[in-house]
Design a protein around this ligand. Structure first.
Ligand SMILES: C[S@@+](CC[C@H](N)C(=O)[O-])C[C@H]1O[C@@H](n2cnc3c(N)ncnc32)[C@H](O)[C@@H]1O
Length: 204
């Protein structure tokens, strides 16, 4: 993507993700994180100010230079270590077992090879570590899910690769995770975009 294209896309993502309806999810996710945290698809860093003292260091990864520049400007706790790394979830540039916790918020929908990304996340988690996530995905009703299937090819093109119909429960289980906690339900907003999978997954 061109520099200008990335800057425009970053501004749009930052604006849409600052919506207050995400706030309760962000607070819960940030308070469940601890130790050395990898945030995959950190975007403009909207979770950064929410991490509590249990989190010692955050490594934020994102393919977009424009979003990483925005994350770098985000105010963080003085004693929180922060590294921002340009890269992709399918090929994490980190050694095995290097993080206590991985955080993903509304990122899994945009990663082309999500099973590959979950494999990489398992690799970089230390034994006993966990993935804490909130994602929008496949709705439970048959008609609602069929509508998402119909809309996804077009939506994916206009919304930067976002898929509406991923079933994160099944994807995580098939990628070698056990779900320690999973809550699902609609958040306020457009129904095809609003069914949320929130939880904690641990490598099996
Ligand atoms: C809807 S935004 C969410 C941003 C942020 N997590 C938040 O909660 O505000 C989706 C994010 O996924 C990132 N992304 C897209 N493809 C990715 C990939 N292959 N690996 C890692 N992140 C990716 C995008 O650049 C963007 O920052």
């Amino acid at each position: 993507m061109s520099h200008l294209g990335d800057r425009i896309r970053s501004a749009l993502i930052d604006r849409s993700m600052r919506n207050a309806r995400f706030d309760p999810y962000r607070s819960r996710i940030a308070s469940a994180a601890e130790g050395r945290v990898l945030e995959v698809g950190i975007g403009s860093g909207l979770n950064l100010p929410l991490y509590g003292v249990k989190v010692r260091h955050v490594t934020g990864l994102d393919p977009s230079p424009g979003l990483l520049a925005r994350a770098a400007r985000r105010g963080v706790r003085r004693d929180l270590g922060l590294d921002l790394v340009e890269g992709s979830a399918e090929r994490l540039p980190f050694p095995d077992r290097s993080f206590d916790c991985v955080v993903m918020t509304w990122t899994g929908c945009s990663i082309p090879d999500i099973a590959g990304a979950y494999g990489e996340i398992r690799r970089v988690l230390r034994p006993g570590g966990c993935l804490v996530f909130a994602e929008h995905g496949r709705s439970p009703g048959r008609a609602a899910a069929a509508f998402q299937d119909l809309l996804t090819p077009v939506w994916c093109r206009i919304a930067g690769g976002c898929r509406l119909n991923r079933d994160f429960d099944t994807l995580l289980r098939h990628s070698g995770f056990a779900l320690q906690r999973l809550e699902t339900g609609y958040m306020p907003g457009l129904r095809p975009l609003a069914f949320i999978y929130e939880g904690v997954a641990v490598p099996r």
